[in-house]
Design a protein around this ligand. Structure first.
Ligand code: WT7
Length: 649
């Protein structure tokens, strides 16, 4: 069942900072005495005032998570200032534009100047420590400056992915009462423009009806498209920054002061504002970045994520920059102008460490080996995967064809909530099994439990919990601590419940099997089925909707919607298109339904609960084993659902 084992490559072991012996030793220390372990590793970042308390965490009762709590530091200082003496002229950010002829290199000195200027612009426009700043931007260096400028003055950023709709953006602006917005005229991806400023204008209007008035919008000129302009509110980024001073003292931040909010989908309700704080987050992001990728000074590191997701926060910006790395920021998409783009960029910039998502790997594998083979890829040394389980076929293609059998793959399991990687191989320490995230990082204590919460030992499958805190853990749901407790610590008392199912094999390796809640994972992006359902029922012709995931060759999971129409409405392809467009405009293109089945009735229990298990089976075209349907209020609906399924094989 565990398939083939790929032993640690001798070359990887030789150069690695951590070999297996050291992993086992450090891991043991880290769980035996977390206080001592993190007390030591917390010093990897600079502190204006050193901490004396290391860990003060409880998963019981009110749940309180504090790390390094009496320490004082600043994230931007750690990502920029402290490197200037040694590496002021080293490239901090390589920016690769959507157009392959468009690129730029930003040194640490330049980064310092840009971030200080922007910090001063924000201050001048009234942004203060603790204020929330929304960032709705393409993947351009200004997005990095914006994050770091917030960190520098102690403002809390909330990045909203550029693919989200005005409605979704408005919800997030209102959710954290953010009155300062940074955006661009347009985004550019795969040769197509995205009307960010126009979307932002719409969002501001919606937010104002929701009671939050955005006072200033700072607009980066990216494509020079003509945009509507509000003299009172809108400020051109380039004008303001040119006029600002290039020095700005970093704010003194307590370790537990908020750094950012990032909205993420859950199994119920609207997205939650995941709150991460300053000290512990940075210690964890930088330490995992160094050891998981076996980062060495001078390496060129590329994570293909977008800063709109947590991967972009921890592993494009904060982790690498805290380590003084050269981090590559890519504006485009994997298949533009051709499916060899990723590999061309690796060669062009001599990338050593490459970190991407299984969905991209599968798509590029489908485009054929020629695109890879014409690239040299000889600079590559470590490959990473994140976002969803990687199927062994894609893993092997990544290892053999992209990595040429000489680069270990780190399959990193983590979540927006965890701030950094929790379960992962280390390149010089861990034998690999395709499809397994392998073993816990230092300080991480996974536990598998059954549905009743009984702890399961040995080789077994169960629900994945983490039983003790680590420094990168989220601290609360912004503005709703009760929801934080309910969501993560109430299913299994005293444990952090991840929402994932997981198998542990006879070697103690962990195999994530996917979400066990009503969250689906589409191309590595999290989608709450409840959010898509609520978008669907907001359409005038829809009376009820149930949404489930189904296996999808490229996306991992696709979005399958069962829709019951209002009396007298006709379900046809035109309406299907209309509903897809409706969901896209309500949430964003990432939520586009793949399949819509019109269903006169949904399978409900007598108490009215929709039996999703049945809907999932039918969506998978696996209705031979529907299990017990006798508790349904009307078992006959099942026949109609099967008859009209949209996924016939
Ligand atoms: C969910 C978290 C962490 C950054 C990207 C996604 C799934 C993530 C893996 C992996 C199997 C994975 C889990 C998790 N997931 N990485 N290596 N193997 N599953 O962050 O949007 O918060 O989603 O992604 O289901 O719970 P996110």
């Amino acid at each position: 069942m565990s398939g083939e084992v790929y032993r640690v490559l001798p070359a990887a072991k030789k150069r690695a900072k951590i070999d297996d012996e050291k992993y086992l030793k450090w891991y043991k220390q880290s769980v035996k005495d977390p206080e001592k372990f993190w007390g030591k590793h917390g010093k990897r970042i600079d502190w204006f005032k050193p901490y004396t308390k290391v860990k003060n965490t409880s998963f019981e009762g009110d749940v309180s998570i504090k790390w390094f709590e009496d320490g004082v530091t600043n994230v931007a200082y750690n990502c920029i200032d402290r490197h200037l003496k040694k590496r002021g002229d080293q490239v901090a950010i390589i920016w690769e534009g959507d157009n392959p002829y468009d690129d730029k290199k930003i040194t640490y000195n330049e980064l310092y100047d840009q971030v200080c200027r922007l910090a001063n612009v924000m201050k001048k426009n009234g942004v203060k420590k603790g204020d929330r700043v929304t960032i709705y931007m393409p993947m351009i260096p200004e997005a990095a400056y914006a994050m770091l400028a917030c960190a520098r003055i102690g403002a809390v950023h909330s990045i909203v992915f550029g693919g989200f709709s005005p409605e979704a953006l408005a919800g997030r602006i209102v959710g954290c009462e953010s009155t300062f917005l940074i955006t661009a005229d347009e985004g550019l991806r795969g040769g197509k423009t995205i009307p960010l400023k126009a979307n932002a204008d719409k969002a501001i209007e919606i937010a104002s009806k929701g009671g939050v008035d955005v006072k200033s919008t700072l607009v980066v000129r990216r494509t020079a498209a003509k945009v509507d302009w509000n003299e009172e509110r809108d400020i051109w980024y380039h004008d303001a920054v040119a006029a600002a001073r290039g020095e700005c003292a970093p704010a003194k931040m307590k370790a537990e002061d908020p750094l950012f909010i990032l909205y993420t989908s859950g199994s119920t309700g609207q997205p939650k504002g995941v709150l991460h704080t300053t000290g512990g987050y940075l210690v964890y992001a930088s330490m995992t970045h160094e050891y998981v990728f076996d980062y060495h000074d001078g390496d060129i590191y590329w994570c293909t994520a977008d800063v709109g997701w947590v991967t972009g926060h921890s592993y494009i910006i904060y982790g690498p920059l805290a380590n003084g790395a050269t981090t590559l920021m890519f504006e485009g998409v994997p298949n533009y102008p051709s499916p060899s783009r990723f590999w061309d960029v690796c060669d062009k910039h001599n990338v050593n460490i490459f970190y991407t998502a299984p969905t991209a790997i599968r798509a590029l594998m489908g485009a054929g080996d020629d695109h890879v083979k014409k690239a040299s890829l000889k600079s590559l040394r470590t490959l990473g995967s994140v976002g969803e389980p990687i199927n062994p076929e894609a893993w092997e293609w990544y290892y053999n064809t992209v990595g040429n059998k000489k680069s270990p793959i780190v399959d990193t399991w983590w979540q927006t909530e965890t701030g950094g990687i929790l379960i992962t191989p280390l390149p010089g320490a861990t034998d690999l099994k395709p499809g397994s995230a392998t073993r816990p990082f230092f300080g991480v204590q996974p536990q598998l439990v059954d549905n009743e919460g009984e702890v399961l030992e040995g080789a077994v499958e169960g629900n994945l919990c983490i039983v003790n805190s680590w420094p990168g853990q989220m601290r609360t749901v912004y503005g709703d601590h009760e929801r934080f407790i309910q969501t993560y610590f109430s299913t299994y008392k005293g444990k952090y419940f991840t929402g994932d199912g997981c198998r542990r094999d006879e070697d103690g390796y962990y195999w994530i099997t996917g979400r066990v809640d009503d969250v689906i994972n589409v191309s590595g992006h999290r989608m709450g089925t409840a959010e898509v359902e609520s978008a669907l029922v907001a359409h005038g012709k829809v009376s009820e909707a149930a949404v489930v995931g189904y296996p999808h060759d490229v996306k991992g999971q696709g979005i399958y919607c069962y829709v019951t129409l209002m009396e007298g409405e006709e379900g046809d392809d035109a309406l299907r298109k209309e509903l897809v467009a409706h969901v896209r405009s309500d949430i964003g293109p990432i939520a586009s339904p793949d399949k819509i089945q019109f269903a006169p009735g949904l399978p409900k229990t007598r108490s009215g609960k929709i039996m999703r298990r049945i809907l999932r089976k039918i969506a998978e075209d696996d209705f031979g084993s529907l299990g017990d349907t006798s508790t349904l209020a009307d078992p006959a609906v099942v026949d109609d659902l099967i008859e009209n399924r949209q996924n016939k094989k």
